[in-house]
Design a protein around this ligand. Structure first.
Ligand code: 5RP
Length: 235
């Protein structure tokens, strides 16, 4: 990918804008994905330059934990702290009400724990993630206990979904989450009542959590490229 790749430029700038909002003394939820990776890098840069002090990160995945260590961000856990000041995380779809579909990186269960606890949750996306209706471009990820894959698949099909077990890339067999579970991707072709669906899905025995984030985001930063120039706007 070249430096002028527009998607990379959008992700970089939106990551930089989110990282700029972190204040010294904060406990920071560190999201997962290629856009958040830039935010983690820029938070690390601010720590290394002395601009940010006394930061503790709470990673939402193995990936976030590895990146935080690489960029010199000290980590803590939810056993050690009772609150999170700010969380920064990506999304796969964002609707006009700031509701999200997440889980493209199979990390949505831990992401929902961390992002929901934050006083201020910032979503970082490029403009391709904006949709009028959730579920119109991206299949909804559902994390499932391996022994419950068959009954949960049947329950999701009964709700009208087309269900696919997420398979690994450069790994034979299914994707295994950081918690040792599997992911079912459910195509619904548009979700009319996302808040109800989030609860319905989580009531199916064997489901850990699904990728609907309803009423969780406080701020959405959108990266755009115009005339080769990356800009960031707030939804
Ligand atoms: C991981 C996620 C990611 O935040 C989401 O998939 C967006 O990733 P990217 O910034 O790489 O497009 O939910 O589970």
């Amino acid at each position: 990918m070249s430096e002028t790749d527009p998607v990379k430029l959008m992700k970089q700038e939106v990551g930089r804008a989110a990282a700029a909002q972190v204040k010294s003394g904060s406990i920071v939820g560190l999201g997962t994905g290629s856009t958040t990776a830039y935010a983690i890098q820029f938070i690390g840069d601010r720590i290394q330059s002395g601009e940010l002090e006394d930061i503790q990160g709470i990673p939402t995945s193995f990936q976030a934990s590895v990146l935080a260590k690489k960029h010199g961000i000290p980590l803590t856990t939810l056993d050690e702290v009772s609150r999170i000041d700010i969380a920064i995380d990506g999304a796969d779809e964002v609707d006009p009400q700031k509701n999200l579909i997440k889980g493209g990186g199979a990390a949505h269960t831990r992401e929902k724990v961390v992002d929901s606890l934050a006083d201020h949750f910032i979503v970082v996306v490029d403009s391709s993630k904006l949709v009028d209706r959730l579920g119109s471009t991206f299949a909804l990820p559902v994390e499932v206990l391996p022994m419950a894959i068959a009954p949960v698949t049947r329950a999701l099909e009964a709700l009208g979904g087309k269900v696919e077990l997420r398979m690994g890339v450069k790994k034979d067999g299914p994707v295994i989450t950081d918690q040792g579970n599997m992911v079912l991707d459910v195509t619904l072709e548009g979700i009319d009542q996302p808040a109800e669906l989030e609860k319905t899905l989580n009531n199916i025995p064997g489901v850990l959590d699904n990728g609907l984030f309803i009423g969780v985001a406080d701020e959405v930063l959108i990266g755009e490229v115009k005339d080769g120039q990356a800009t960031v706007r707030t939804m």
